[in-house]
Design a protein around this ligand. Structure first.
Ligand SMILES: [Fe+2]
Length: 295
């Protein structure tokens, strides 16, 4: 099963050692952790934020940098923006506490950006590269992961329950990372020397991209641009109903978000060395495939 289910009702521990080990092993082996009965509950006044017009129309998501409190990508202003930021922060802080309780071995976990995705995914127009309805692994053009730092993401579907079973977020997940990477890695062209230095100097990236970063970006773009692969690659459909949460290594698990609105998301990063089975990390898999050190 690609989805490992947990019957939690609360966003905090303590969790017993066996449960913690089951969660960590499932994640590292490329499965999604699924929490169907652990909703992120909105207050009455927060239900006004179930509105696709909250984005500024340019960004796909509204995002919060919890270190500065800066909210980006929203049309909300003034007191309304402050209350929206408070809701996103409450979610992000809760998700962080949950990850610390459930995955205590990842002690150096870094809480990165928190996002709110209030716009219906289906039927929107995207460029191929920014179309997350296509199978891909996550790689950030402006945020290098250098020596293979992981991208772990926690999601909550906060869409209202509807009597006909609507409101679910529909995902597809693809084949095992090693199988995917073995197909695409040989096709990747070498990057011109000095590119990572240039991008860093120009401020395109925050810090220099490593060979690993370049490779992950090529895998992200390569998968999305390959219409044949998108059509014929293995797909497993997953539905996440209103009130459910899930967590996954999005740098490892091929995923596509096909339908849904009103999802909250918290991103985490940490070093490969903190993993129980570091050999399952994308950088290790890619180093085995290419026979090269990538960081
Ligand atoms: Fe993604």
């Amino acid at each position: 099963m690609i989805r490992e289910e947990f019957d939690f009702r609360e966003w905090k521990g303590p969790f017993d050692a066996q449960t913690r080990a089951r969660a960590q092993a499932a994640l590292e082996h490329g499965r999604l952790l699924y929490f169907p009965r652990m909703p992120f509950k909105l207050t009455n006044s927060e239900t006004e934020f179930l509105d696709g017009r909250l984005t500024d129309g340019k960004a796909k998501n509204i995002s919060l940098d919890h270190t500065s409190g800066k909210l980006q990508g929203t049309s909300a202003t003034g007191e309304r923006a402050t209350r929206l930021a408070a809701m996103i922060e409450r979610f992000g802080a809760g998700a962080t506490q949950f990850v610390k309780d459930l995955l205590p071995n990842y002690s150096g976990v870094e809480r990165a950006r928190t996002s709110y995705r209030p716009v219906e995914v289906e039927g929107r127009a995207y460029s191929v590269i920014s179309d997350d309805r296509l199978l891909h692994v996550d790689a950030f053009p402006s945020r290098p992961m250098k020596d293979g730092r992981r991208i772990l993401r926690f999601f909550a579907n906060i869409a209202p329950h509807s009597p006909n079973g609507g409101g679910a977020r529909h995902w597809e997940v693809g084949e095992d990372f090693a199988d995917f990477a073995s197909k695409f890695a040989p096709r990747i062209k070498p990057h011109f020397p000095g590119k990572s230095w240039l991008y860093d100097t120009l401020g395109v990236t925050r810090g220099r991209r490593s060979a690993y970063d370049e490779m992950m970006l090529s895998l992200h773009d390569g998968a999305k641009r390959d219409a044949q692969y998108q059509k014929t690659a293995p797909h497993t459909r997953l539905d996440f109903p209103p009130g459910s949460c899930w967590m996954v290594y999005t740098d490892q698990v091929l995923h596509a978000a096909l339908k849904g609105e009103f999802a909250l998301e918290q991103t985490f990063h940490f070093d490969v060395a903190q993993m129980g089975e570091p050999e399952t990390a994308p950088i290790k898999v890619l180093e085995r495939i290419t026979g090269k050190a990538l960081a």
